[in-house]
Design a protein around this ligand. Structure first.
Ligand SMILES: Cc1cc2nc3c(=O)[nH]c(=O)nc-3n(C[C@H](O)[C@H](O)[C@H](O)COP(=O)(O)OP(=O)(O)OC[C@H]3O[C@@H](n4cnc5c(N)ncnc54)[C@H](O)[C@@H]3O)c2cc1C
Length: 422
């Protein structure tokens, strides 16, 4: 195995130009490293372009919980449920699903929440630091994260979430209908009776734009860009790392794997086996209106969707579909949300739908990202698997990777994010 390189400035390949790769490239370039970013597509054009825009400081609740486990049968049989497992993918998804079920046991939920807490609680501070470096401060707004509920039963389902948030010191409050109306006057009054609000969370109304800004910040610090499909990551016998694309092979002192849902393949080339699948998510975008209709994203857990006021119109975000990386999108469920979106936000009643989109969340079964050094190769670092919270955790991940590369002590225990935990 290679020995760590003790030089201060190193040549580093960052694989992937999504929010995690761009943030990491910026953090590394800011420390003087010679960074080269590889992506087969355009910067920020993948999964990181289509999310709900939330930087959710209080997101300490994992995806797998006892409640979610009870609903798993409906994921298979109910085509309109909160999540869908495509029957043709069921066998392939099985190992991941079994680990997901194990992660949903109460004791595991508590330990996963404790491991999410240090990542999400510093998410805004980390983003603001990168935004400051890259002239992107105006891209992030401190407007809070709001979820609204119509039925008492739905609100009561948040008991575990509230317990976890309280345990981890998240600043949140329960809102009355009157308080929600004051925050979001254009929402139909029939849409809610109460809500949960986390005032410390942020919102990005152009998620791809933020990736581009971080990347531009890295560029200003001499980062290069290679728009090629990476085929192989290979440690050389002299301790360097070769990155082979369809067109070329280049050699670096170190490499960071930040290829989102496609990262398992590169970890396997290094000899690290990881449990990673994709929870596919969808959005539909309504044509912009003359004035702003919402001041922040609003989640409707009873409909499993979020309405986000993006720079190019209201975005309805939903869906959790296990169907792998290559199956064609199925927009049926997101389309079915259009009447609901129009009813809760009458201002979009006559707006046409201008885009339908599908992206691949890079998901581990325990809702924790993979952040750290490969145990098999000192010069390979992992930064993937951020699932539902990749925008939220990207900047903190970037800070942690930059710290690991520099050999600094981590600000908290990184063991829960190890690649070999599965
Ligand atoms: C509908 C939806 C809503 C969401 N809402 C939120 C939210 O509100 N807040 C939040 O925090 N998170 C949210 N997320 C999650 C978040 O968007 C993702 O976790 C995040 O975008 C993942 O970023 P990434 O950089 O790891 O991956 P990506 O954005 O997928 O970037 C990976 C990059 O790697 C490149 N790549 C892959 N393989 C190769 C290869 N072989 N060669 C070269 N390049 C390659 C790809 O082209 C891609 O550009 C949401 C996700 C979805 C789908």
């Amino acid at each position: 195995m290679a020995t760590p390189d003790t030089r201060q400035q190193r040549s580093i390949a960052v694989l992937g130009a999504g929010i995690v790769g761009a943030a990491t490239a910026l953090a590394l370039a800011a420390e003087g490293h010679e960074v080269t970013v590889f992506d087969r597509g355009e910067v920020g054009a993948g999964t990181s372009s289509g999310n709900a825009g939330g930087i959710v400081e209080g997101a300490v609740m994992p995806t797998a919980t006892p409640d979610v486990l009870r609903s798993i049968p409906s994921y298979v049989f109910n085509r309109n449920g909160a999540a869908v497992l495509r029957p043709s993918y069921a066998l392939q998804a099985l190992p991941w699903l079994l680990r997901f079920i194990a992660a949903g046991r109460p004791a595991r939920v508590a330990s996963i929440a404790a491991a999410l807490a240090p990542l999400v609680s510093r998410s805004m501070a980390s983003h603001l630091a990168l935004a400051e470096m890259s002239g992107a401060l105006d891209a992030i707004r401190l407007v809070g994260w709001l979820k609204v509920y119509r039925s008492e039963a739905a609100f009561n389902n948040t008991t575990l979430q509230r317990e976890l948030m309280t345990r981890h010191g998240v600043n949140f409050s329960i809102l009355s209908a009157r308080e929600i109306a004051a925050l979001e006057p254009n929402l139909s009054r029939d849409a809610y009776n109460c809500g949960l609000f986390q005032p410390g969370s942020g919102f990005v109304d152009n998620p791809r734009g933020l990736v581009e800004k971080y990347f531009a910040g890295a560029r200003q610090r001499r980062a290069g860009y290679v728009q090629e499909n990476v085929l192989e990551l290979r440690p050389n016998s002299d301790g360097t790392i070769a990155v082979r694309t369809e067109q070329s092979t280049r050699t670096f002192d170190a490499a960071v794997v930040a290829t989102g849902a496609w990262s398992k393949h590169f970890a396997a080339q290094i000899g690290d086996r990881v449990s990673l699948d994709t929870e596919r998510g969808y959005h539909m975008s309504f044509a912009p209106t003359a004035g702003a209709l919402l001041n922040r994203p609003v989640g409707f857990p009873e409909k499993d969707c979020v309405l986000s006021p993006m720079h190019d119109g209201i975005r309805v975000v939903s869906g959790d579909e296990l169907a792998g990386l290559t199956a064609a999108p199925n927009y049926r469920r997101i389309r079915a949300l259009a009447p609901f979106a129009r009813s809760v936000l009458p201002g979009i009643k006559s707006q046409t739908i201008q885009r339908e989109w599908m992206g691949h969340r890079p998901s581990t079964p325990d809702s924790l990202p993979v952040i750290g050094r490969s145990p098999r190769c000192n010069n390979v670092f992992y930064a993937f698997g951020h699932g539902h919270l990749g925008l939220t955790m990207a900047a903190t991940t970037a800070e942690l990777i930059a710290g690991l590369v520099a050999g600094r002590a981590a600000p908290f225990d990184l063991a829960p994010y190890r690649v070999d935990r599965f």
